[in-house]
Structures are given as C-alpha cells and as structure tokens.
Write a protein of this length. Structure first.
Length: 179
C-alpha cells in the first residue's frame, strides 16, 4: 500500500467537493480547482474526509495513488489559503513593474522585457526589486515564478539577476591577476 495515499484528507469548513466519475472539483473561499483522476484511482467523501483508493495493484496505479492524494491536499490548501512565491532582483538599475496581467522587467538588456501573466495568477511588485507571485494552483504559481526567474537567472560572478527569496547563489572567484 502507498504510505501517503492511504492517509485520509481532512476537508475544512467552507470547502465544497464535486465528485464525478473521473473528475474532482474543489471550491473554497479563494476559488475553484479541478483535477482529472487517472485511470484506476477513485476518490470518496465520507464524514468530511477524502479517501483516495486504487482499483489495481499495478506499478502505475501505485504511483498515481500517492500523487493524487498529494494533489488533493495541495488543492484544498490552495482554495483556502493560496500559494505565494517571492522573487528578488539584484543588480544596479534592475527593476520590475506590474501592470495588470503584465510584468515589465528592466534587467540589463537593451530593451525592457514584458512577461504576460496567465489567468489564475496575480503578480505584484511592492518594491521595484521585489516580485510576489500569488494564486490558488501550486503548480501554476511555481511555473510562473520559474519563468520570471528564467528571464535573467543570477550569474555566478556578481550575483546579478532574478532569484527566489532565500536562494543561495554559489559565487565564482573570477579572473586571477598574475604578476
């Protein structure tokens, strides 16, 4: 048995569940998320708990069992609390500005880079050197934050670029001067 998959998931108050044959819908105060269930995995709701079960003992079903349970937990947390990733920009003159569903980044290129933010995710810039990515879908928030970081990742010599808050960038020594 899957050690993760057999643990029941608590459903907090204010969260509504919609179960169909191959689809799970979870709706909470922050929004609504859907999950297509893989073949061989079923979900039941009993006494405000969600039980994830599998019908077969094949390798793929065993792998999906714990994965689906973890996705359900992430969905419940997303619709109740939401997810947030923080990025910081380091470098002289580097800055970001959020305007609606678009972020404009000035990060050392000859032109400003515009990043279109997908629906379901909000991006804020409380300071010109800070970016906050928020949303209810954990995977989408992480993907958007990674794509923003990908525009100008931190370089190893001076550390200039976009990085996650608290990320350690290993620095190189640079060119040595010989006499």
């Amino acid at each position: 048995m899957s050690r993760i998959g057999i643990i029941p998931v608590e459903v907090p108050k204010g969260v509504k569940l919609g179960l169909e044959a191959t689809r799970l819908q979870i709706e909470g105060p922050k929004g609504k998320l859907e999950l297509n269930l893989p073949q061989g995995i079923s979900v039941e709701n009993k006494d405000s708990k969600i039980f994830v079960t599998r019908s077969a003992d094949e390798k793929q079903s065993r792998a999906n069992h714990g994965t689906v349970r973890a996705l359900v937990v992430n969905m419940i947390k997303g619709v109740t609390q939401g997810y947030k990733k923080n990025l910081e920009i380091q470098g002289v003159g580097f800055k970001a500005q959020a305007q609606g569903q678009k972020v404009t980044l000035n990060v050392g290129f000859s032109h400003p880079v515009e990043f279109a933010v997908p629906v379901g995710v909000t991006v804020k810039t409380p300071k010109p050197t800070e970016i906050e990515v928020e949303g209810i879908d954990k995977a989408m928030v992480g993907e958007v934050a990674a794509r923003i970081r990908e525009i100008k990742p931190p370089e190893p010599y001076k550390g200039k670029g976009i990085r996650f808050v608290g990320e350690f960038v290993r620095r190189k020594q640079g060119k040595a001067v010989t006499k």
